[in-house]
Design a binder for this molecule. Structure first.
Ligand code: EPU
Length: 419
């Protein structure tokens, strides 16, 4: 099993190109199931979850082709889909496989998708996805660990999400575009990844109003056609590198990013004293704080501070002067990184969904274990600033969502190796 060996204490300097957003690419790939025409997706990040989604689509007998290697573009053609099924073997490695449920059901009237289990960060049920599809007329049974959904043609309806859900909104949106009549989705997620998906669907011929707002109005059409679409930049990778620059006292230029998708994170880092400038053209420059100071963070749905940046912020808070309060409101168990960073010398007290970090504390290199994707990113950040050597186990978690993170970090001066 791969591990990272990090020798901390290096100031990071240079330019990093930000990749396409994994969490936008995954629903876009699933949306290709909605048409028999080719759908070409550009700016695809080369990460494990994308490979898993490509495998899943191939399992359903879609053609998935890429002109380059590693692939940064996919053309997906769902002309000959003969198996409307997401098997346990693939779903257990990637929950986002559930994003195929809506498109399969809408186009073929049938889908069988393994029920994703809980994961390290929480129970993560899909009850709301199921409720919403039932509202659109689907008959759904959950048996033997699988969700089996059937319909003649989905019928438009009004559905208010009882809780904001990102993949829930994406799943139902990709179902509603082929339903008969109008669907109104209230309390929809506002995340940029949802907007990116809606823009792809519109290019494919879908009729959607209210894009970027919490009420999405969809006039169902009888079929969709192919399209070409470039995936938005990864706002979480951008935020992670902003913290890498800040925590190492560095000076980084991040290119190909979208600062508007990161307003809450940019404001919070500025509050900590980090110098950040938008240099136009999707470029951000981050420079070390003269003095890094503590700040409080509460995770929220977009446009609030993203839960996917909470772990990285906590690593930064260990180096800030004062007491930072971090409150996690989206997932019930997203502090697995805290105990690992404490083993490196951090002063963190966790009580329920509140973590109190007192800093600054010097971190000392130690063997640590990654528990999930963003937790692994925070351990890498802690390792970059720790003395001596940090060994991170189970880096397969980070490979799920960061493209070549060790190469990108090495290119800006970090001493990090995959062993
Ligand atoms: N929830 C329910 N029932 C549902 C759906 C969600 O109770 O049917 C709850 C969840 O358990 C959670 C909350 O609602 O407490 C919000 O979950 P959401 O559905 O929004 O999360 P998700 O769609 O499963 C996506 C991202 C996550 C990111 C969250 C929150 C993808 C593929 N995943 O997950 O990304 O943390 O939104 O922003 O888009 C990551 O990239 O590391 C990651 C975990």
């Amino acid at each position: 099993m791969d591990r990272f060996k990090i020798q901390g204490g290096r100031r990071l300097e240079g330019t990093v190109r930000i990749s396409g957003a994994k969490n936008a690419a995954l629903p876009a790939m699933a949306a290709a199931l909605l048409t028999s025409d080719p759908v070409t997706l550009q700016n695809i990040p080369h990460v494990r979850d994308i490979i898993t989604m490509a495998k899943l689509l191939a399992h359903m007998r879609c053609r998935v082709e890429s002109p380059d290697l590693p692939p940064s573009e996919f053309t997906i053609q769902a002309e000959t889909v003969s198996l409307q099924e997401a098997p346990y073997e693939l779903v257990k490695t990637m929950r986002a496989s559930v994003l195929t449920l809506g498109p399969l059901l809408a186009r073929f009237g049938y889908a069988r998708v393994s029920l994703p289990g809980g994961c390290a960060i929480g129970a993560r049920p899909i009850d709301i996805h199921i409720q919403a599809l039932e509202r659109l007329g689907a008959q759904i049974s959950v048996e033997h660990g699988y969700v089996e959904a059937r319909c003649k043609r989905l019928r438009g309806a009004t559905f208010r999400f009882p809780k904001i859900t990102v993949t829930g909104t994406e799943n139902i949106l990709t179902a509603a575009v082929l339903a008969e009549g109008e669907t109104i989705l209230e309390n929809s997620a506002l995340e940029p990844e949802v907007t990116d998906l809606a823009e792809l669907l519109i290019k494919m011929g879908a009729k959607i109003e209210g894009v970027g707002t919490s009420t999405l109005r969809v006039q169902g059409v009888s079929s969709l056609h192919g399209a070409t679409h470039a995936i938005i930049p990864d706002r979480i990778e951008t935020g992670t590198f902003l913290v890498a620059g800040a925590i190492t006292g560095g000076d980084l230029l991040l290119t190909d990013c979208e600062p508007q998708h990161l307003v809450a994170v940019l404001n919070k880092l500025k509050e900590c004293g980090v110098e950040i400038k938008c240099e136009g053209n999707g470029t951000l420059r981050v420079r070390a704080a003269k003095k890094l100071v503590a700040a409080d963070v509460t995770t929220e749905e977009y446009p609030g501070f993203a839960t996917d940046m909470q772990a990285q912020f906590m690593a930064l808070a260990t180096q800030a002067t004062g007491i930072s309060h971090v409150r996690e409101t989206i997932f019930e168990n997203r502090y697995m990184h805290a105990s690992e960073i404490m083993r490196m010398g951090a002063n963190i007290a966790v009580d329920g969904n509140l973590a109190v970090i007192t800093g600054p504390t010097p971190l000392s290199g130690a063997p640590v274990t990654a528990s999930d994707l963003r937790a692994s990113a925070s351990l890498v950040l802690a390792g970059l600033v720790a003395d001596n050597t940090t060994w991170i186990d189970r880096v397969y978690h980070i490979d799920r969502g960061y493209e070549r993170i060790e190469d990108k970090l090495r290119a800006i001066g970090a001493r990090i190796e995959r062993v």
